[in-house]
Design a protein around this ligand. Structure first.
Ligand code: GDP
Ligand code: MG
Length: 162
Protein backbone atom coordinates (compact mmCIF):
# COMPACT_ATOMS: atom_id res chain seq x y z
CA UNK A 1 0.00 0.00 0.00
CA UNK A 2 1.25 3.50 -0.80
CA UNK A 3 2.43 5.71 2.05
CA UNK A 4 1.88 9.46 2.32
CA UNK A 5 3.76 11.46 4.97
CA UNK A 6 2.70 14.84 6.30
CA UNK A 7 5.71 16.98 7.23
CA UNK A 8 6.19 20.57 8.33
CA UNK A 9 7.17 22.61 11.35
CA UNK A 10 5.13 22.34 14.57
CA UNK A 11 1.70 23.98 14.79
CA UNK A 12 0.92 24.26 11.07
CA UNK A 13 -2.00 21.81 11.38
CA UNK A 14 -0.54 18.42 10.40
CA UNK A 15 -2.40 16.45 13.06
CA UNK A 16 -5.67 18.23 12.31
CA UNK A 17 -5.51 17.06 8.68
CA UNK A 18 -4.36 13.57 9.70
CA UNK A 19 -7.28 13.17 12.11
CA UNK A 20 -9.70 14.36 9.45
CA UNK A 21 -8.33 11.86 6.92
CA UNK A 22 -8.45 8.84 9.22
CA UNK A 23 -11.81 9.75 10.79
CA UNK A 24 -13.54 6.65 12.16
CA UNK A 25 -10.55 4.60 11.15
CA UNK A 26 -7.83 3.14 13.29
CA UNK A 27 -4.70 5.12 14.06
CA UNK A 28 -1.71 2.96 14.83
CA UNK A 29 0.65 4.60 17.27
CA UNK A 30 4.24 3.63 16.64
CA UNK A 31 5.97 2.40 19.77
CA UNK A 32 9.56 3.01 18.68
CA UNK A 33 11.30 5.45 20.98
CA UNK A 34 13.06 8.67 20.07
CA UNK A 35 12.15 10.93 17.20
CA UNK A 36 9.82 8.29 15.75
CA UNK A 37 7.81 8.04 18.99
CA UNK A 38 5.05 10.34 17.92
CA UNK A 39 4.75 9.25 14.33
CA UNK A 40 1.14 8.24 13.91
CA UNK A 41 0.16 5.80 11.19
CA UNK A 42 -3.34 5.57 9.83
CA UNK A 43 -5.22 4.24 6.84
CA UNK A 44 -7.56 6.15 4.62
CA UNK A 45 -8.97 6.02 1.11
CA UNK A 46 -10.05 8.44 -1.58
CA UNK A 47 -11.69 7.78 -4.94
CA UNK A 48 -11.47 4.08 -4.13
CA UNK A 49 -7.74 4.14 -3.52
CA UNK A 50 -6.55 3.08 -0.08
CA UNK A 51 -3.29 4.46 1.33
CA UNK A 52 -1.39 4.80 4.59
CA UNK A 53 -0.77 8.19 6.06
CA UNK A 54 1.90 9.25 8.55
CA UNK A 55 1.50 12.21 10.87
CA UNK A 56 4.98 13.33 11.87
CA UNK A 57 5.66 15.14 15.11
CA UNK A 58 7.15 14.37 18.46
CA UNK A 59 9.27 17.46 18.62
CA UNK A 60 10.89 18.27 21.91
CA UNK A 61 11.52 21.94 22.52
CA UNK A 62 15.15 22.58 23.33
CA UNK A 63 17.57 24.92 21.69
CA UNK A 64 16.56 26.03 18.20
CA UNK A 65 19.24 23.73 16.79
CA UNK A 66 17.75 20.62 18.42
CA UNK A 67 14.31 21.58 17.18
CA UNK A 68 15.55 22.09 13.63
CA UNK A 69 17.45 18.80 13.74
CA UNK A 70 14.32 16.87 14.76
CA UNK A 71 12.28 18.36 11.93
CA UNK A 72 15.06 17.55 9.45
CA UNK A 73 15.10 13.96 10.75
CA UNK A 74 11.34 13.64 10.25
CA UNK A 75 11.69 14.94 6.69
CA UNK A 76 14.53 12.48 5.98
CA UNK A 77 12.43 9.58 7.32
CA UNK A 78 9.50 10.72 5.18
CA UNK A 79 11.70 10.91 2.08
CA UNK A 80 12.90 7.35 2.80
CA UNK A 81 9.59 5.65 3.47
CA UNK A 82 6.86 7.67 1.75
CA UNK A 83 5.65 7.48 -1.85
CA UNK A 84 4.39 11.07 -1.68
CA UNK A 85 4.91 13.90 0.78
CA UNK A 86 2.49 16.55 1.98
CA UNK A 87 4.55 19.57 3.06
CA UNK A 88 2.30 21.73 5.19
CA UNK A 89 2.80 25.43 5.90
CA UNK A 90 0.62 27.97 7.70
CA UNK A 91 -0.69 31.12 6.01
CA UNK A 92 -1.35 32.71 9.39
CA UNK A 93 2.36 32.62 10.24
CA UNK A 94 3.62 33.16 6.69
CA UNK A 95 6.94 31.82 5.39
CA UNK A 96 9.33 30.98 8.24
CA UNK A 97 13.00 29.97 8.31
CA UNK A 98 11.99 26.45 9.28
CA UNK A 99 9.71 26.24 6.22
CA UNK A 100 12.64 27.28 4.02
CA UNK A 101 14.82 24.67 5.66
CA UNK A 102 12.28 21.89 4.97
CA UNK A 103 11.78 23.15 1.40
CA UNK A 104 15.53 22.90 0.79
CA UNK A 105 15.54 19.24 1.88
CA UNK A 106 12.50 18.43 -0.25
CA UNK A 107 13.91 20.09 -3.37
CA UNK A 108 16.91 17.75 -3.26
CA UNK A 109 14.89 14.57 -3.80
CA UNK A 110 12.50 13.13 -6.35
CA UNK A 111 9.38 12.02 -4.47
CA UNK A 112 6.20 13.93 -5.38
CA UNK A 113 5.74 16.85 -2.97
CA UNK A 114 2.40 18.54 -2.37
CA UNK A 115 2.88 21.98 -0.88
CA UNK A 116 -0.21 22.60 1.24
CA UNK A 117 -0.97 26.03 2.64
CA UNK A 118 -3.19 25.46 5.66
CA UNK A 119 -5.45 27.77 7.73
CA UNK A 120 -6.83 29.39 4.57
CA UNK A 121 -10.13 30.20 6.31
CA UNK A 122 -11.12 33.18 4.14
CA UNK A 123 -10.54 34.98 0.82
CA UNK A 124 -7.93 37.36 2.25
CA UNK A 125 -5.83 34.38 3.34
CA UNK A 126 -6.20 32.87 -0.13
CA UNK A 127 -4.46 35.99 -1.50
CA UNK A 128 -1.79 35.89 1.18
CA UNK A 129 -0.88 32.33 0.23
CA UNK A 130 1.04 33.55 -2.87
CA UNK A 131 4.05 34.27 -0.66
CA UNK A 132 4.68 30.52 -0.50
CA UNK A 133 5.83 30.53 -4.13
CA UNK A 134 9.09 31.82 -2.63
CA UNK A 135 9.78 28.31 -1.30
CA UNK A 136 10.65 27.28 -4.85
CA UNK A 137 8.35 24.25 -4.89
CA UNK A 138 5.97 25.59 -7.52
CA UNK A 139 2.21 25.56 -7.16
CA UNK A 140 0.41 24.84 -3.90
CA UNK A 141 -2.96 23.71 -2.56
CA UNK A 142 -4.84 25.93 -0.12
CA UNK A 143 -6.86 24.17 2.55
CA UNK A 144 -8.47 24.72 5.93
CA UNK A 145 -7.85 21.48 7.79
CA UNK A 146 -10.25 22.54 10.50
CA UNK A 147 -13.28 22.68 8.14
CA UNK A 148 -12.01 20.39 5.39
CA UNK A 149 -12.24 23.16 2.80
CA UNK A 150 -9.91 22.51 -0.15
CA UNK A 151 -8.99 18.99 0.94
CA UNK A 152 -10.98 17.35 -1.88
CA UNK A 153 -8.85 18.95 -4.61
CA UNK A 154 -5.69 18.04 -2.71
CA UNK A 155 -6.74 14.39 -2.35
CA UNK A 156 -7.81 14.17 -6.00
CA UNK A 157 -4.29 15.19 -7.05
CA UNK A 158 -2.58 13.11 -4.38
CA UNK A 159 -4.16 9.76 -5.26
CA UNK A 160 -3.24 10.37 -8.93
CA UNK A 161 0.45 9.84 -8.09
CA UNK A 162 -0.03 6.81 -5.80
P1 GDP B 1 0.66 20.25 14.13
O1 GDP B 1 1.57 20.65 15.25
O2 GDP B 1 1.26 20.62 12.81
O3 GDP B 1 0.23 18.82 14.19
O4 GDP B 1 -0.65 21.17 14.23
P2 GDP B 1 -2.09 20.84 14.88
O5 GDP B 1 -2.91 20.00 13.98
O6 GDP B 1 -1.87 20.35 16.26
O7 GDP B 1 -2.75 22.29 14.87
C1 GDP B 1 -2.12 23.41 15.47
C2 GDP B 1 -3.17 24.49 15.70
O8 GDP B 1 -3.65 25.00 14.45
C3 GDP B 1 -4.40 23.99 16.45
O9 GDP B 1 -4.81 24.97 17.36
C4 GDP B 1 -5.43 23.80 15.34
O10 GDP B 1 -6.75 23.91 15.79
C5 GDP B 1 -5.06 24.93 14.41
N1 GDP B 1 -5.53 24.70 13.03
C6 GDP B 1 -5.43 23.57 12.30
N2 GDP B 1 -6.03 23.71 11.10
C7 GDP B 1 -6.52 24.97 11.05
C8 GDP B 1 -7.27 25.72 10.06
O11 GDP B 1 -7.63 25.24 8.98
N3 GDP B 1 -7.58 27.00 10.38
C9 GDP B 1 -7.23 27.57 11.57
N4 GDP B 1 -7.59 28.82 11.79
N5 GDP B 1 -6.55 26.89 12.53
C10 GDP B 1 -6.20 25.61 12.28
MG1 MG C 1 0.86 17.28 15.48
Amino acid sequence: MSIVAIVGRPNVGKSTLFNRLIQRREAIVDSVSGVTRDRHYGKTDWNGKEFSIIDTGGYVKGSDDVFEEQIDKQVELAIDEADAIIFMVDVEAGVTGMDEDVANLLRRQNKPVFLVVNKVDNAMREENAVEFYSLGLGDYYTIAGISGSGTGDLLDALVEVL
